[in-house]
Design a protein around this ligand. Structure first.
Ligand code: SF4
Ligand code: SF4
Length: 96
């Protein structure tokens, strides 16, 4: 299942998507993101049937992604983001 965290405004869509079928709760993204965007929970708040740990975007970060992630975004849009690069399961993607 794809869990989308973020928002859209007049300037665009700002979502981080976590593919929870790929996420194994390893916490590598938690370590990789210096701004503490992610956390790993023992149970998936979006899927009560899931018992394994899963990464989510923290509630207090969901409405700030455009600003919090902006310094991380490479000017050439080529270099991978730290969070995306950290996920060996390729479970993380950004909409912008
Ligand atoms: S690095 Fe990937 S697999 Fe590990 S917790 Fe984060 S999203 Fe899940
Ligand atoms: S782009 Fe940077 S600040 Fe945003 S979630 Fe990824 S590592 Fe964290």
């Amino acid at each position: 299942m794809f869990a989308n965290y973020g928002y859209k405004d007049a300037s665009g869509d700002y979502f981080i998507t976590i593919d929870t079928d790929k996420c194994d709760g390893c916490e590598d993204c938690v370590t990789a993101c210096s701004l503490g965007i992610f956390e790993v929970l023992d149970e998936d708040p979006n899927d009560p049937m899931r018992d394994e740990p899963v990464a989510i975007v923290k509630n207090d970060k969901k409405k700030k992604l455009k600003y919090e992630c902006n310094p991380c975004k490479p000017k050439d849009n080529v270099a991978p983001l730290p969070c995306v690069a950290s996920c060996k399961n390729q479970a993380i993607s950004h909409s912008w």
